[in-house]
Design a protein around this ligand. Structure first.
Ligand code: NAD
Ligand code: TDX
Length: 386
């Protein structure tokens, strides 16, 4: 993986946004993808503008994700503001104070299982929050066209596939969980602001991300950490649900390409083109762990689960997620052909980097597994015991 900085030729008309020198408001920048995006901008692109990370710091937001960036750029070109995207007055103040010319909107409630236990926060943040942010952008920018609102969405808005077929940008929406329904609603509102008010928007719908700083309520980090500790590896249903896995840095690069090269009003699917059944993913994590941290050299796991001889002995099939979407598969030809983006990581490299990152970042892991995290694990997995 090259460390060189990405200078992307800008293909827009004069008067359009220049992302490299823009003042960018990143919402949800303390979360998994948002923090990777901020790191990507400062470390791997020619970005020289100002970046404001606006985040409420819910259970999923963690400033430790960006402590190195804060040390290097804090107070100069990087600023953190704690705030809620539903707070119109605060947003207005931030737009004016930092002369914001682009918004990259990651902030959301993002976990499907949590949306099943409690959908209210998902409607509040994903629907009302996106609306409030759009309204603040429209009021501050007026008729300016050298600005951009980029909205981060998900492939889950398209629903669930059978054994064949793909999601295209033109696939009709068919969300099936409170989470995906709230994201679908927000996508519609973003498009309405483009058609009705001419707000310069772009949208991306991406597949399942994975990589460093992923909060361990999601499949990949949860399995890695449970295995290291010799705890059961919970697989929902028959383990044959399929997800398309996208390494988070590839996603960040796709967003940067869109900001630089896309026409406004356009939507792009972003995927890893890497379909895997959940059970395959879990087995691959176990195999990598056997190599990087063999069970025989892991006394903590052996003490917790004395009966096992391999990490994969910890695999436990548990009660399925209600309404569990069977298969997601993204067709991302459009962003490849129109903008020249492509993935740099295959699943083997990406997963190996990820497992290694969790093995080497124990302090971060301890930090995120607070009392609230333990409460969630008890809530979600207690009811699934068979
Ligand atoms: P995350 O849960 O890790 O982070 C979300 C961030 O948003 C947190 O820092 C949180 O504090 C912040 N936040 C939540 N509510 C807020 C509010 N009301 N005001 C301000 N900040 C708030 O999420 P993620 O996995 O990084 O996902 C980022 C975006 O990407 C989301 O919009 C999600 O729907 C989308 N997405 C994620 C994936 C994935 O695989 N993780 C895939 C497709 C799309
Ligand atoms: O313990 C588990 N066992 C299990 O089998 C967990 C947490 C999950 N699963 C399954 C459910 C899914 O089929 O693994 C798959 C992946 O689950 P998650 O990591 O929860 O992701 P998913 O529900 O697919 O949603 C993710 O991708 C799309 C993100 O969380 C969303 O924010 C994004 O929009």
């Amino acid at each position: 993986m090259s460390k060189s900085r990405n200078t992307i030729p800008v293909s827009q008309k004069p008067g359009a946004l220049s992302p490299s020198s823009a003042n960018i408001l990143v919402t949800g920048g303390a979360g998994f993808i948002g923090s990777n995006f901020i790191r990507y901008l400062f470390e791997k692109t020619d970005f020289q503008g100002t970046l404001v990370n606006y985040d409420k710091l819910t259970y999923a937001g963690n400033l430790l994700n960006l402590s190195d960036i804060d040390e290097k750029f804090g107070g100069k070109s990087y600023f953190f503001v704690r705030g809620d995207i539903r707070d119109y007055e605060k947003l207005k103040d931030v737009f004016a104070r930092y002369h914001i010319s682009a918004v990259v909107h990651f902030a959301a409630e993002s976990h499907v299982d949590r949306s099943i236990f409690g959908p209210k926060d998902f409607i509040e943040t994903n629907v009302n929050g996106t609306f409030t942010l759009l309204e603040a952008s429209r009021q501050f920018w007026g008729n300016r066209r050298d600005v951009r609102f980029h909205h981060i969405s998900t492939d889950e808005v398209y629903g669930s596939l059978g054994d064949t077929g793909y999601f295209y940008e033109t696939t009709p929406y068919d969300p099936r969980s409170p989470y995906s329904a709230s994201k679908a609603a927000s996508d519609h509102i973003v498009r309405a602001y483009f058609h009705t008010y001419g707000l310069p928007v772009t949208i991306s719908n991406c597949s399942n991300n994975y990589g460093p700083y992923h909060f361990p309520e999601k499949l990949i980090p949860l399995i890695i950490l449970n295995a290291i500790e010799g705890k059961p590896l919970p697989v929902y249903g028959d383990g044959k649900n399929v997800r398309d896995w996208l390494y988070v840095e590839d996603h960040c690069e796709a967003v940067w390409f869109i900001l630089n090269k896309a026409r406004t009003g356009e939507t792009f699917n972003v995927g890893g083109e890497c379909e895997k059944q959940n059970i395959e993913v879990v087995r691959e994590i176990c195999d990598i762990l056997e190599e990087l941290h063999p069970l025989k050299d892991n006394p903590a796991a052996r003490k917790q689960a004395p009966h096992i001889t391999r990490y994969s002995d910890l695999i436990t099939f548990v009660t399925d997620r209600p309404g569990h979407d069977r298969r997601y598969a993204i067709n991302c030809d459009k962003i490849k052909k129109e903008l020249g983006w492509k993935q740099k990581y295959d699943f083997e490299n990406g997963l190996r980097n990820t497992v290694s990152w969790y093995l080497h970042n124990k302090k971060w892991v301890e930090g995120v597994r607070s009392g609230e995290y333990i409460k969630w694990i008890e809530t979600n997995y207690h009811i699934r015991e068979k």
